[in-house]
Design a protein around this ligand. Structure first.
Ligand code: SAH
Length: 400
């Protein structure tokens, strides 16, 4: 359906909301709506105006969410039709073609960062996995599916509608295979053959946001090095380190994840890794007591801080694993420490690791301060889009 400014009344937002909008943040909260409740439309694209009636642009309206509006365009004259969506999808794909190298798997659409709030689309070779998290995007899901098919002709199309945030929008939690025979697909990343399950894997199949960090860390590995991958999932870091000839102990408490990791190792004829089903906290403690030694340790735990309220406990968790890891490292070793909690900022994480370093009597040199791969863009005016930290350190003795 074609929507133009002339055919729809605008939603009015407060002065504070308009300032936020003009400062570049794409969200307007329910408390900043000024239109009468009974005049609000159903989920979909609406024009947005300030209290004086000046049109500010277009946004997707979510009737049930606390985030009521998500910006689609600053242009009040924009026409939100099929061509608008095709253009956004096409532009995002063209950008990925420029920035993604050595990978058949990448994020095509990263929601707000691509001007498509509530939509994530990941590419795995010839397959696609997508997720919709807003009622406005859900209302045009069939149209989006058609556009994805038109622009990409996927062999498999999986709808990963299992994110809890869908409930806040009144959307059901229900994943399905829209097209294709099997959700098990292969896509090469950094020269490694990897198998992904688009229906049961974490995120849309795997952690594509770590793709560039896998390669970056592997560049520090040398043949024969002893490495420990504390939270390996399907072996992302471990496989890359082994491909450089390192010996790797890879730990996860999920048996299913380790089984897939093992299959990925076999696909690439890598046999210098040991897959260990264990709680990483316990194993790190045990190895510390046993005074085991490694040349490289990577920590990529799940988000310990899912909310601001959980920050203090999360801080303790990060401190503990980093402290143990530092004690396990030989002088001259490498520590890679990640956090995917947006609430745990890079400066907080650096602070926690600095405390752990002093407790462990180690001196750390910052080698690389990395973030999510470029296909998961960080928007300067939207701090929430910067969530992944991957810090790489040289670990030395505290001797001067
Ligand atoms: N490094 C991986 C992603 C890790 S995701 C990659 O780059 O692909 C976090 C992983 O930690 C999940 O696989 C989860 O099963 C595992 N995990 C969470 N808590 C754990 C714990 N206490 N001990 C071991 N594994 C844990």
């Amino acid at each position: 359906m074609e929507l133009s400014p002339a055919t729809l009344p605008a939603i009015t937002i407060s002065r504070a909301g308009a300032i936020r909008w003009k400062n570049g943040h794409p969200w307007i909260y329910r408390s900043d709506l000024r239109s009468p409740i009974d005049s609000l439309p159903t989920a979909g694209a609406v024009p947005v105006a300030d209290e004086r009636g000046k049109r500010l642009g277009w946004a997707d309206f979510s009737p049930r969410s606390e985030i009521a509006l998500r910006r689609l365009s600053f242009d009040p004259a924009a026409v939100i039709d099929r061509e608008f969506w095709r253009q956004r999808l096409g532009d995002a794909l063209a950008w990925r073609q420029r920035i993604v190298s050595e990978s058949e798997a990448f994020r095509w659409i990263a929601g707000e960062a691509d001007g498509l709030p509530g939509l994530i689309v990941d590419v795995y070779g010839t397959a696609l996995s997508y997720q919709i998290t807003t009622s406005a995007m859900a209302a045009r899901e069939t149209e989006l599916q058609a556009l994805l098919s038109e622009l990409f002709s996927p062999s498999v199309l999986a709808a990963r509608h299992d994110a809890r945030v869908r409930l806040q929008e009144g959307l059901p939690i229900q994943s399905s295979l829209i097209a294709g025979e099997s959700s098990l697909v292969r896509a090469r990343v950094n020269g490694l053959e990897m198998e992904w399950d688009l229906m049961s894997g974490q995120k849309s199949g795997g952690f594509l946001d770590q793709r560039e960090n896998w390669r970056a860390l592997a560049a520090w590995a040398r043949p024969g090095m002893d490495c420990l991958d504390g939270f390996t999932y399907q072996g992302g870091f471990a496989l890359h380190l082994a491909a450089r000839g390192a010996r790797v102990q890879a730990v996860d408490f999920s048996r299913a994840a380790l089984e897939r990791a093992e299959r990925n190792a076999a696909l690439n004829h890598l046999n210098t890794m040991e897959w260990i089903e264990a709680n990483a906290f316990d194993l790190l403690r045990e190895y510390d007591l046993e005074r085991r030694q490694f040349d490289l340790v990577v920590l990529d735990p799940p988000a310990f801080a899912k909310s601001r309220a959980a920050l203090a406990a999360a801080r303790r968790g990060y401190k503990e694993i980093n402290l143990r890891a530092l004690k396990l490292l030989r002088p001259g070793g490498i520590l890679a420490s990640c956090s995917c909690s947006h609430h745990m900022s890079e400066s907080m994480l650096l602070e926690v690791i600095a405390e752990a370093a002093m407790d462990a009597r180690r001196r750390l040199k910052v080698l690389e301060r990395r973030t999510q791969a470029l296909d998961h863009p960080v928007l300067l005016t939207v701090p929430e889009t910067h969530y992944l930290k991957c810090l790489i350190f040289l670990v030395e003795e505290l001797n001067y």
